[in-house]
Design a protein around this ligand. Sequence first.
Ligand code: FAD
Length: 475
Amino acid sequence: MSDSFDVVVIGAGPAGYPAAIRAGQNKLSVACVDEWKNFDGTYAFGGTCLNAGCIPSKALLESSELFQRAKDEFAVHGIKLGDIKLDLAAMQKRRAAIVKTMTGGITALFKANGVVGIQGHGQLLPGNKVVVTAADGSQRTLQAKNVILASGSTPIRLKTVPHDGKFIVDSWNALEFDAVPARLGVIGAGVIGLELGSVWRRLGSEVTVLEALENFLPMVDQTIAKEAQRHFKKQGLDIKLGAKVLRAEVKGAAVDLVYADAQGEHQLQVDKLVVAVGRRPFTEGLLAEGTGVELDARGFIQVDDHCRTGTTGVWAVGDAVRGPMLAHKGKEEGVMVADLIAGHFGEVNYKVIPSVIYTAPEIAWVGQTEEQVKASGRAYKVGAFPFAASGRARAMEAGQGMAKIVAAKDDDEVLGIHVIGPMAGELIGEAVLAMEYSASTEDIQRTMHAHPTLSEAIHEAALAVDKKAIDSINR
Ligand SMILES: Cc1cc2nc3c(=O)[nH]c(=O)nc-3n(C[C@H](O)[C@H](O)[C@H](O)COP(=O)(O)OP(=O)(O)OC[C@H]3O[C@@H](n4cnc5c(N)ncnc54)[C@H](O)[C@@H]3O)c2cc1C
């Protein structure tokens, strides 16, 4: 096998593997190097997202929601079941099988697109060479015209809350618990903390979420965040805001922790403690001396708007570079870079990146929040539609939440769309497309939406912006 490639990608997560596939589609010779190892010691492509993030978390969110709905909601539909029992081993087996199928799928996609997949650690050397160290310590040097760095991110650990992988754990460990912890502590009420808290709460844990910030979900439109907070409280998630964890230690088979809030210091004992305080770029062992690739003060690889590092022929994408740490953002960057290398057009629209929190109700948004628009000084108008008035949502027994649109007063441009409610993550696709095409609310108003569907909520919210909603009272 030749060791010379047009493109070598380091990292086969959702930023790296699409870059490799698109490079292959562009008829470039390409290798993709990845060192991910699962807890059982086996290599797997797919990075954090497929092995320890997006996919396993969504598998467990789905299973746990079905469990909870079967227990608490089926009776309303006239479905009577006997004693509902949890088989966590089967639930975890399903989660693992989905991950295996998806990561195995990447190997098949690599083959179909002419990508040489290599398992081992990759390090960039000066002169666009990559040295790959395999598990047995053997090394091979690849020469590349272009190198794409897609080394991703890793959970942030707290010194005062020492990780042991058993009692004090990270998000990956928390996806693989083999028993439901009676008392679960979660540090961090961000996306990952709320999703994991929801999974284990639905399966029976008493969940306490400790968040140092006073504001709940500060990055989310605050109308939506307030509504979310109400629902999570009703579900029994004990979310303590302004609660800073000072220290924690494992004592026997439990974790003792101390946190401080405005009232002073408090003690809490839990059976497992998940640290979900964010992620940092992962670049350990990635760059040899003299490559010219720079990191910024927070450890992100420095790139321009087209993901070029300062070194000719070296690019960087995904969680390892600035911008939101989201799989789809990394994917678009990877594809853009592979197209630019091939001499094609490539661009990422950083203003239109959707975000989703897969709780129940789901939360999804794109563009600016009402607070951001207000702060920008631009005159704006707002329309909202409650799912309580949606026939489809009612039929689904999911009439909670709303769709909300923020638009410019002068030219009617849609500035942000925010949804909390059933399938919000799916509904946001329409919002993203609308904003990608610089839609006005009138464009959405004049677009026919099938009835009865959840997407009518977006249509009605657009109508509500001009006080023309049909299915709810205009305010
Ligand atoms: C619990 C959880 C849930 C999440 N849910 C979502 C979600 O629903 N939606 C969403 O958009 N995002 C989600 N994310 C975030 C998402 O997983 C990341 O944004 C995404 O994986 C980043 O992709 P990436 O390719 O940049 O990096 P990664 O997925 O981290 O992949 C990087 C890969 O590079 C490999 N690597 C690193 N250095 C080297 C090296 N030197 N040599 C060889 N290989 C190397 C790593 O082993 C890894 O396989 C979630 C994250 C977590 C933790």
